[in-house]
Design a protein around this ligand. Sequence first.
Ligand code: HEM
Length: 75
Amino acid sequence: MRCHGMVRKFVGPGFAEIAARYRTDAAAPERLAGKIRAGSVGTWGAVIMPRQPQVSEAEAQALAAWILSQPAGPP
Ligand code: HEM
C-alpha cells in the first residue's frame, strides 16, 4: 500500500488508474495476475514493480479481478 494508492499514483499507478486503462481489455485479468507475481516495468514508467513470489496463483487472480473492478476515481 506504500506503492499503490487506491486512486492516484504513488510509486506505482493507482488501482483506479489501472482499472480505467484495462476496462475494455478482455485479456487483462490473466495478464495482470501474471505480472503481480512476476513483477513489471516499462508499462507505466521506468520504475520497477518487484515480483511477489509469496502471492499464489489464486491470490494473484483474485487481486487482479479486484483491482480491475475499482470504480473511476475523482478527476
Ligand atoms: C501484491 C501486491 C501488488 C499488487 C497486487 C500490484 C498490482 C499491480 C498491477 C496490476 C500493476 C499494473 C501492471 C500493468 O499495467 O501491466 C502494477 C504496476 C506497478 N506496481 Fe504494483 N502491485 C503490487 C505490489 C507493488 C509494490 C510492493 C510496488 C513497489 C515496490 C509496486 C510498484 C509498481 C510499479 C512501479 C508499477 C508500474 C510498473 C510498470 O510500469 O510496468 N507494486 N502493480
